[in-house]
Write a protein that binds this ligand. Structure first.
Ligand code: SAM
Length: 306
């Protein structure tokens, strides 16, 4: 006899017509912070999940896919990153992956919401794995745009691990041309930047293609890439932007050798073969990215449905 179905469901809507349902076995946290709605729940399929403004951020079962994809390609695209800025990244898992790189001397994480950081520290210890307490880490709780406006620090790598640009959410002004110009101004000579850019699923490529074109309006090199994130139920878009470095030129053997030389512990998702797959963006997605005319600006923001 099959097991009875879960009776509690969380539905993440990508549009009025598409949602992904997760059977929930326990609600650990459900609060409205100063900046966003935060839920930490246990899903029957994906373990503990962080959900902000009704959008799945990551799950304990597959967060390694998302975080290795966001962090390692951009870190290897820089010849020898010493200083890294993580923008957002409340769970601490992006910081964890950055700190695996032997060359890193300083990792600054700027997240607007200290309540998210506190609850993640408490409920998701296997995600941060002590990254917040590493002597190379500095955690700052403020709006990352304000931080970038005011700091005179220069970074080798900037990783923007932000929640999606939902209307009235805290992140939408960190997806604009003006914001990327500010980030470019804080990068060193071989500086590289990575970000998550929303779904790469065919009906909903607007955000990915607009972020790609917005980066193109600022950076000399922009390399889009994608992978499937099981807990999102969708292929997900990412991009690396830089002044002069292009990860699409790396062979499988080069990536494997750099991982060996530069990363201190074994990875679960990313290697040379995975790298080729990530940057092998399918033809129909490339066509949409190139065809888009949208550049996101402070006065013309783009919002994700929620
Ligand atoms: N994995 C994620 C996803 O799929 O969207 C993103 C992860 S992380 C939890 C997103 C973080 O961005 C949150 O902790 C949130 O507080 C932070 N954030 C949103 N807006 C921000 C801002 N203006 N400045 C700094 N951090 C911000």
């Amino acid at each position: 006899m099959s097991a009875p179905r879960t009776s509690k469901w969380y539905i993440e809507y990508s549009s009025p017509h598409l949602g992904h349902m997760h059977g929930i076995t326990e609600i650990l946290v459900s609060v409205q912070t100063k900046f966003q709605k935060m839920d930490i729940v246990r899903s029957g399929a994906f373990g503990t999940c962080l959900i902000l403004d009704d959008k799945m951020q990551a799950s304990s079962v597959d967060e390694f896919i998302y975080h290795e994809t966001l962090v390692h390609p951009v870190m290897l695209t820089h010849p020898a990153p010493k200083s890294v800025l993580v923008i957002g990244g409340g769970e601490g898992a992006t910081l964890r992956e950055v700190l695996r790189h032997r060359s890193v001397e300083k990792a600054v994480m700027v997240d607007i919401d200290d309540q998210v950081i506190e609850q993640c520290k408490k409920h998701l210890p296997s995600w941060h794995q002590g990254a917040f307490d590493d002597k190379r880490s500095k955690v700052i709780s403020t709006d990352a745009r304000k931080y970038l406006e005011e700091t005179d620090e220069i970074f080798d790598v900037i990783i923007t691990d932000l929640s999606e640009p939902v209307e009235e959410g805290p992140a939408y002004l960190l997806y604009t041309r003006e914001f990327y110009q500010m980030a470019m101004g804080r990068l060193s000579a071989n500086g590289t930047l990575s970000l998550q850019a929303g779904t790469a699923a065919i009906p909903y490529l607007l955000n990915f293609s607009a972020v790609y074109q917005t980066l193109n309006s600022v950076f000399p090199v922009v390399a889009p890439y994608q992978t499937f994130i099981p807990s999102f139920g969708l292929p997900w878009g990412f991009a690396i932007a830089s002044k002069n470095q292009d990860p699409r030129q790396f062979s499988e053997a080069f990536v494997d050798q750099k991982i060996q030389e530069r990363i201190s512990s074994p990875l679960s998702f990313y290697d040379g073969t995975t790298h080729k797959g990530l940057f092998g963006v399918p033809k129909h997605v490339r066509r949409e990215l190139e065809a888009s005319k949208i550049v996101i600006e402070d006065n013309h923001p783009l919002f994700t449905y929620h």
